[in-house]
Ligand binder design. Structure first.
Ligand code: AMP
Length: 227
């Protein structure tokens, strides 16, 4: 079982790395931000509630977010593991996740913290384009194809996320520093944290991350602990 929680500020590359890791390990990528955006698109009551917080760069209340992630983690495709991206974002969410995973007979095996300096985060968020159909992110390294998305068979339209505008960007980074950064010590104290320099290329960070995840998996797997 892989239980991966990706930590890092907005723009650190969690989503990009989660997509690559998810394909490589064949386990689902669960992004709380994507789940909220899906609800927004489908105009569900949850999406309407989340909208006001997302537009301001603030966090959606914990109870709502926890309930949404609980439902997602309970689905059968999480049987062999999961990659959480953007959740937990507060200590209360992390505590709730611990309880929830225990209930589901799952656990966290590694918390990679993707570290990027603030100036570079702002730079990246200002150059980020997202595909409306498949959610692929085109960034500083892969400039947006003018004709639209080019991921596999997708041809979706590319757009700039509204919460990537400069004022909301600054607010999101402030919220990260105040409410999410304390999770670094939270998971370090539990012996789960590994730090990765996220300023390398996408491919290099992916290789580092994969190696760390596979090493942690070997250490935690029942076969190795029985030796
Ligand atoms: P993201 O795509 O992870 O940058 O998230 C976009 C927005 O969705 C955030 O700025 C929050 O408003 C909301 N959001 C995503 N994940 C969470 C979470 N774990 N807790 C509260 N709000 C969240």
């Amino acid at each position: 079982m892989y239980g991966i929680v990706l930590l890092g500020a907005p723009g650190a590359g969690k989503g990009t790395q989660a997509v690559l890791l998810s394909k490589r390990l064949n386990i689902p990528h669960i992004s709380s931000g994507d789940l909220f955006r899906e609800n927004l698109r489908n105009q569900t009551p949850l999406g309407e509630l989340a909208r006001q917080y997302m537009e301001r760069g603030e966090l959606v209340p914990d109870e709502v977010t926890i309930a949404m992630v609980r439902e997602r983690l309970s689905r059968p495709d999480c049987a062999n593991g999961f990659i959480l991206d953007g959740f937990p974002r507060t200590i209360a969410q992390a505590d709730a996740l611990e309880v929830l995973l225990k209930e589901l007979g799952k656990s966290i095996t590694l918390v990679p913290w993707i570290r990027v300096r603030e100036r570079m985060l702002m730079e990246r968020l200002s150059h980020r384009w997202t595909c409306r159909d498949c959610g692929a992110v085109f960034s500083y390294e892969s400039l947006p194809p003018r004709e639209g998305c080019k991921k596999e068979v997708c041809t979706g339209e590319l757009y700039r996320r509204e919460d990537d505008n400069p004022e909301v960007q600054a607010k999101r980074i402030q919220v990260y520093n105040e409410q999410t950064a304390p999770l670094i010590d939270y998971y370090r104290a539990r012996g789960l944290l590994v730090e990765i320099n996220g300023e390398h290329t996408i491919e290099y960070v992916h290789r580092l991350l994969l190696q760390l995840v596979l090493n942690a998996h070997t250490i935690h797997s029942p076969a190795s602990s029985a030796v």
